[in-house]
Design a protein around this ligand. Structure first.
Ligand SMILES: Cc1cc2nc3c(=O)[nH]c(=O)nc-3n(C[C@H](O)[C@H](O)[C@H](O)COP(=O)(O)OP(=O)(O)OC[C@H]3O[C@@H](n4cnc5c(N)ncnc54)[C@H](O)[C@@H]3O)c2cc1C
Ligand code: FES
Length: 385
């Protein structure tokens, strides 16, 4: 039997207008985009998904992904952007992006979504199933750090509003109180759902009364938190979003405790290693006469093309494909977002990193083209599959 993987919509950019820029902290803003009527269906999303933004910053095209931070409202998309020290896009967005600006916004992508039902309206690709209806008292737990709160806010807000008996426990780690994003909204959730929503603020550089709430979350502290801080009972789904080390620590600990992997969803914003900056994808590569090459074929929007890739260049399928078609979809170029997903139709590739594809997608033959380098003379991938 051929393995089936969930369909994902084809990634496309559209110019959207900024309607609000709201400071969340000294170093983070929430940006709202208006979605015109004819695009409302394309920008329908499941809480936890992200959009890629594309803009010209200092004369260069830059694209970066940002998670949607609000429960779905037709006609708008809200993201939260935290300034990264020395970061090109996030600094520009915090300092320059203004109401009335128009930038390119990709339609929502990503699988960091609750498997439990959230809203009836927002299940555009049939990703969400009915587990919550089967288990109305579902208990959800999230570990978020810094800007990793963004998708978690969308998931928590929607789940609590749409599932009257579900509970949500949030462990949110920051350096200090002034770094806490969505402090007001988190307070509102506590007021609105006192019996169903719990938050534990962990501050790494400020002393709190309890040692468990102070300092970095390492494996020892995490283990104590799971034993002493969180409520008792089976957790339906775990959500992890933050720096690579925190997410890995939590995944390892949950695995050691025998929690099935399909109950643990995680989203990485970076791999924690230096990766090829997204702006360098599609770099020019000269193909010299008589040099051995790989033939990389791809199908996108129903039309196919083949590009030669010198073996010595060791380039990715995405990099080669971008030489023929600049609209080949990608965002992070680091193996974390999944935007560049395609199905391997023939040939073979080595995939460097994969923090984005689910096991069933890999089994069904999908690859991250930004991470895949040919290992056979000819490789064919299909971005439409
Ligand atoms: C699926 C997904 C969802 C995301 N959601 C969010 C979100 O909701 N909110 C959010 O704030 N972020 C989010 N991110 C992260 C976001 O996409 C960006 O990675 C982040 O904003 C940094 O981008 P930047 O352009 O500002 O930094 P970059 O310019 O990409 O730099 C990143 C870091 O690398 C350093 N650096 C850059 N170039 C060099 C160099 N040549 N040598 C050494 N160091 C260098 C910079 O100093 C900086 O610390 C998400 C990422 C993904 C993949
Ligand atoms: S572009 Fe993000 S995983 Fe390839």
């Amino acid at each position: 039997m051929t393995a089936q993987a969930p369909a994902r919509p084809r990634a496309r950019f559209n110019p959207l207008t900024v309607t609000e820029v709201r400071p969340l902290t000294d170093n983070a803003v929430e940006v709202t985009f208006a979605v015109p009527d004819d695009l409302v269906a394309d920008y329908d999303y499941v809480p936890g998904q992200y959009v890629a933004l594309r803009a010209t910053v200092d004369g260069k095209e830059v694209r970066r992904s940002y998670s949607i931070c609000a429960a779905p409202v037709p006609g708008e998309i809200r993201v939260a952007i935290k300034k990264t020290l020395g970061g090109v896009f996030s600094t520009w967005a915090n300092e320059k992006l203004a109401v009335g600006d128009v930038i390119e916004v990709m339609n929502p992508q990503g699988a960091f979504t609750a498997k439990v039902r959230t809203t009836a309206m927002n299940d555009p690709q049939g990703i969400v199933d009915d587990q919550l209806e089967a288990n109305p008292r579902a208990r959800l737990v999230a570990f978020a750090a810094g800007s990793g709160i963004t998708p978690v806010m969308a998931i928590a807000t929607t789940t609590l509003a749409s599932s009257p008996d579900a509970t949500f426990e949030l462990v949110y780690s920051n350096r200090s109180t002034v770094d806490v994003m969505f402090a007001e909204e988190i307070g509102d959730l506590k007021d609105r759902y006192p019996d169903r929503f719990t938050v534990h603020h962990i501050l790494s550089r400020e002393n709190r009364t309890s040692p468990l709430h102070t300092g970095r979350i390492d494996d020892e502290k995490l283990s104590l938190m799971l034993d002493r801080m969180l409520g008792a009972g089976d957790v339906e789904e775990w959500f992890l979003c933050g720096p690579f080390d925190l997410v890995q620590t939590a995944r390892d600990e949950l695995k050691d405790r025998g929690i099935p992997e399909d109950r643990v969803r995680f989203e990485l914003f970076t791999t924690g290693k230096p990766t090829t900056p997204a702006g360098q994808q599609g770099r020019d590569i000269e193909v010299k006469a008589d040099e051995p090459t790989f033939d990389i074929s791809f199908t996108l929007d129903g039309s196919s093309a083949t590009v030669e890739s010198p073996r010595s260049a060791r380039e990715t399928v995405l990099n080669a494909a971008l030489r023929k078609r600049p609209d080949v979809p990608f965002a992070c170029a680091g193996g974390v977002c999944g935007t560049c997903r395609a199905k391997l139709v023939s040939g073979s590739c080595d995939m460097d990193e994969n923090f984005a594809l689910e096991p069933d997608e890999v089994e069904a033959g999908y690859v991250l083209t930004c991470q895949s380098r040919p290992t056979s003379d000819a490789v064919e991938v299909d971005f439409d599959a």
